[in-house]
Design a protein around this ligand. Structure first.
Ligand code: HEC
Length: 122
């Protein structure tokens, strides 16, 4: 009994130590049936981690627009080819993030799905 208890604790500790690896990032994102992509939970973190370094408000490093608010990002999808820009190969003219590696495909897919779902805020 005591032994079982200890292995349960060990299991719990191991499970809570898991971290996000490169492999996790490349796995496709599977949405539950009926689940939609939304800006606040899914898209905002992608912009904060990869884009607002330049696309801040006001934008810096030559970026023409901010990608800080929901409206900023919706505008860029609708009028500034945001999805096309992040889909270009690294090093291709106009590829975003500028100078950086291409985003992992699962994150690009998430932005594409966000558009298909209707660019929901929440
Ligand atoms: C190192 C700075 C930098 C980073 C990081 C960066 N950008 Fe840019 N971005 C620029 C610059 C400079 C331009 C203007 C030149 C051009 O259009 O290619 C630009 C232009 C754009 C445009 C076209 C805007 C327009 O009105 O024509 C979009 C869309 C865009 N970026 C999206 C993104 C997204 C999405 C990310 C994150 C995945 C990102 N950028 C990361 C610097 C950056």
């Amino acid at each position: 009994m005591k032994k079982n208890y200890i292995s349960l604790i060990t299991l719990f500790i191991l499970a809570s130590c898991s971290s996000v690896s490169e492999d996790d990032l490349l796995e496709p994102i599977i949405l539950e049936p009926g689940e939609t992509v939304n800006y606040t939970e899914d898209i905002k973190p992608i912009m904060e981690n990869n884009c607002t370094f330049c696309h801040s408000s006001p934008p810096v490093n030559g970026a023409p627009n901010a990608l800080v608010t929901y409206n900023d990002v919706v505008n860029a999808v609708n009028n500034s080819n945001l999805i096309d820009r992040i889909s270009r190969a690294s090093g291709e003219a106009g590829a975003m993030p500028l100078g950086g590696p291409k985003l992992p495909q699962n994150l690009i897919d998430l932005v594409i799905q966000w558009q298909l779902d209707g660019l929901l805020e929440n």
